[in-house]
Design a protein. Structure first.
Length: 214
């Protein structure tokens, strides 16, 4: 997965020109791949960004979701919709990300993020998570690091007030908060190792099978 970070060498100037995006710091909004996730998370993400007009929030269109589906959220907003998540992350200053593989992809592009996951009946979900979930974290970044690298706002903690606090910290240029996250990203990338996971796994399986025959 580290190869994701080397995929696009597009300059910021070329990106802005080809995409017709205003020359502002970009905050990527990765609101999920399913309609329910988008409906639950995107409105709060957009509301949080309304308080920061010096930044341009750009929604990463999910594969399989029509552009028209996002139109109800874009009306009257300064936000834009963009196809090509990796291109967007490459140029982003920060990101609000619904939990999933996108959290790790965002880390690989070294974009500071807050993990967002609103749910129906959030207090009940939080109780279930506390009672039955055996892992400490929901994001791949924190699970790999085995510590809190990125803040997770999930269920009851995914509220407008909590998100506002995290966005303010996330956008503060040169802050210890951002710098610590970037340093931890480097540690996560080091844990993951070099690109070519499929090839390495195949080699390991091949060696194990040969060893079992001896």
């Amino acid at each position: 997965m580290a190869a994701y970070c080397e995929t696009h060498n597009e300059s910021r100037a070329d990106f802005l020109a080809s995409s017709r995006i205003p020359d502002k710091k970009i905050v990527a909004l990765l609101a999920g791949s399913r309609r329910q996730e988008i409906d639950s998370n995107l409105p709060m993400m957009l509301d949080a960004m309304e308080k920061h007009p010096d930044y341009i929030p750009i929604i990463a269109k999910a594969p399989g979701i029509d552009k028209e589906y996002y139109s109800k959220y874009l009306q009257g907003r300064q936000a834009l919709l963009f196809e090509g998540t990796y291109r967007l992350l490459k140029q982003s200053y920060a990101a609000l990300v619904t939990s999933g593989t996108a959290t790790l992809e965002t880390a690989l592009f070294r974009v500071p993020q807050v993990v967002c996951y609103a749910t129906p009946m959030p207090k009940f979900y939080s109780w279930l998570r506390k009672m039955f979930l055996k892992v400490k974290y929901v994001s791949l970044v924190n699970l790999i690091a085995d510590r809190e690298v990125v803040t997770e706002l999930v269920a009851a903690t995914m509220s407008p007030a909590c998100l506002d606090v995290e966005v303010k910290k996330l956008l503060e240029h040169g802050s210890d908060y951002r710098n610590r996250m970037l340093k931890e990203y480097d540690r996560v990338i080091n844990i993951l190792g070099e690109a070519g996971a499929s090839r390495l796994a195949a080699n390991a399986i091949y060696k194990a099978l040969n060893a079992s025959k001896r």
